[in-house]
Design a protein around this ligand. Structure first.
Ligand code: ZN
Length: 112
């Protein structure tokens, strides 16, 4: 039984055998509050589902990006060591040779 069904049952019970006295006035108002909370919760769930769907689609894109990430090789001008590096290193504009510690700078021209 879900929340909405439980609330409907409770409301039916209250309508069948309403309480007298101050409690009798409070209970219907309390049920209204619970109904509103159940509706809000339902909206939150739907929003959560939407967010999870969006995250899932992004996760798919990120995996593709990882596979497509370009890697470069270069030869250290100082010691001749072959270097293998990714785009991240290039964006920094400098690659440090792990063999001799020489820094290689890259100057990038903006794409037309
Ligand atoms: Zn080197």
């Amino acid at each position: 039984m879900n929340l909405e069904e439980k609330l409907a049952e409770l409301r039916a019970l209250e309508e069948t055998a309403p309480l007298g006295g101050p409690e009798g006035a409070i209970l219907p108002a309390l049920l209204d509050v619970l109904d509103a909370m159940a509706q809000d919760l339902d909206e939150v769930r739907q929003t959560q589902d939407t967010i999870l769907d969006v995250l899932d689609s992004y996760a798919g894109e990120w995996e593709e990006d990882d596979q497509e990430e370009a890697h470069y090789t270069a030869e250290c001008p100082s010691c001749g060591q072959s270097l293998f590096f990714g785009e991240d290193a290039l964006e920094g504009g400098e690659v440090i040779c792990p063999e001799c510690g020489a820094a290689m700078r890259f100057a990038w021209e903006e794409e037309p």
